[in-house]
Each structure stands twice: as structure tokens, then as C-alpha cells.
Design a protein around this ligand. Structure first.
Ligand SMILES: [Zn+2]
Length: 266
């Protein structure tokens, strides 16, 4: 992990050590930590706001986002599911995703706030490659510019442990991809299990399309979607820097339906 990330990990570890004073204190602190990790009890929420404002961080209106894929460990239906849901996202937000080839990049551990626009990465990787979040279905790291007014890229890493479920259960696959695309576009996790942006992906999910809270959030981010007419493409840097830890933004994972011992807010 990069320096920024290491510092934040150290802070968490120090907080955890300080809590280990007595059982009662530890219990209380664990409750507080658990609450801190819970998403707000709302049907939609934003993961970032522009510095000094309450304006949610977003992609520029009608943006054309180039993306690269690493399908070497992907489920067989990965491309089809991704394409289908990128079209869904386009219809709601006016944002267009354009395929820009493949990547074999597997290390996403440095930090760069240059603000250069680089392709979004979608990769299917082993659990140990998911930036320390091995018990998640996927993890998305949105990349912001220095003022947090706009996103400039994102890294979306899917857990290849879930490939069998991804191939066997279309609702699971659609829900998972739509959830991560929600993070790419600026939505945060929520507590409401009827929304795609719910923090936990429920076992045998019945949700496979954005629900009312999800779309309300997306419409607030991209209110002029119906007016998007593309006449030119955004210039994309050819150098796909490993830019993972955006200015203080946290990684957003979607947690899989876990064994009881795993079911904790971590
Ligand atoms: Zn999430």
C-alpha cells in the first residue's frame, strides 16, 4: 500500500490498540467502530463532496469514460454482464463508457493526485489481491482530482472466488456490477437492503436493477442526462498510473453473504 494508505492503516491500528484497555471499554469501542462502518440509514448517499462544499463529487456531465479490463480470471459472462450494465448506467446518467482494451496490471498500490484522466480498470483478481479486503465480493476505489470536484478514474476489482455465483446467478452478477458502477459514479453504500447500493449483497438477492433510492442519487449527480449529445471524446492519458488511494476517500467494498464468523463490519 502507498504512504497515504499506510498512514491510515496505522491510525486504525493505534486506535484498536488503545481500545484494548479493559473488556468493557473494548466492547464499547467495538460498538462505536461498528457504527462508524455502517452506511447511513438512507436510500442513497454520496461517497465524497468537493472540498469546502456539500456538492457531491461527480464525473463531468455527459463524460466519456474510457475503461480497460483484465478478464484473465474473469467469469465467462463477465464481458456481457459488464456491457449490459454499462448501458443501464448510460441510460440513467448520460455517462458513456468506451472500451479501451485490456490490462494486465495487478498491483494497485501507489498514489498520484496529478488529476490526469486515466482509464477506469475492471479486473477479476484473487482474494489476496483485493487491497487487503479479501472477504469482499468486489472493491472499488474512486479516484478524484485535488479539489474533489470531479472523479478522474476508478479501480474496480472483483473477487474471482465469486465467479461460479457470477456465472450461475444473473441477479447476483447484475447486482454486483451495478453496485460497483454506483461507486464509480459517486454513490456510497446504504443500509437499505432493497437498494443495489446496500452494503451487503444479500444471499439469493432479488435486486438486479437500480431501485428508487439508487436512481434518485444518480439523478442528483447527473441531472442533465437526457441532454447528453457527444461530439468529441475526452483526452485520455496513455499512461495508466497506479493511482489508488484518492485524497482520503475510502475503498468501498460490497460484502458477500458471509459465514457467521466473517459477518462483521470490517
Ligand atoms: Zn459498496
Amino acid at each position: 500500500m502507498g504512504a497515504e494508505s499506510s498512514r491510515s492503516v496505522d491510525v486504525v491500528r493505534r486506535a484498536a490498540c488503545a481500545a484494548a484497555v479493559g473488556l468493557l471499554v473494548l466492547f464499547v469501542l467495538l460498538q462505536i467502530r461498528a457504527m462508524d462502518h455502517r452506511p447511513p440509514a438512507s436510500t442513497s448517499a454520496f461517497e465524497s463532496t468537493a472540498v469546502g462544499t456539500t456538492t457531491p463529487t461527480r464525473w463531468p456531465a455527459c463524460a466519456i469514460i474510457h475503461f480497460v479490463v483484465d478478464l484473465r480470471n474473469a467469469p465467462k459472462n463477465a464481458s456481457a454482464v459488464l456491457s449490459r450494465n454499462l448501458r443501464v448506467v448510460h441510460s440513467i446518467t448520460g455517462i458513456t463508457f468506451v472500451a479501451a482494451g485490456t490490462t494486465t496490471q495487478t498491483a494497485f498500490d501507489s498514489y498520484d493526485e496529478s488529476g490526469a484522466v486515466v482509464p477506469v480498470v475492471f479486473a477479476w483478481l484473487e482474494p489476496r489481491q483485493l487491497l487487503g479486503q479479501s472477504s469482499v465480493n468486489a472493491v472499488t476505489i474512486p479516484i478524484v482530482n485535488a479539489t474533489r470536484t470531479n472523479y478522474t478514474s476508478a479501480v474496480v476489482l472483483f473477487n474471482d472466488d465469486m465467479n461460479a455465483a457470477f456465472e450461475a446467478d444473473p441477479k447476483f452478477a447484475d447486482n454486483l456490477v451495478l453496485h460497483e458502477l454506483g461507486h464509480v459514479l459517486g454513490l456510497a453504500n446504504v443500509n437499505d437492503p432493497s437498494q443495489v447500493m446496500n452494503y451487503y449483497l444479500q444471499p439469493r438477492t432479488t435486486v438486479d436493477a437500480y431501485a428508487s433510492g439508487d436512481t434518485t442519487g444518480l439523478h442528483r449527480l447527473y441531472p442533465g442526462a437526457q441532454d447528453c449529445v457527444h461530439v468529441s471524446t475526452t483526452k485520455v492519458s496513455g499512461v495508466a498510473h497506479n493511482r489508488v488511494q484518492p485524497n482520503g476517500l475510502i475503498q468501498q467494498g460490497i460484502y458477500r453473504s458471509a459465514l457467521p464468523k466473517e459477518k462483521q463490519w470490517e
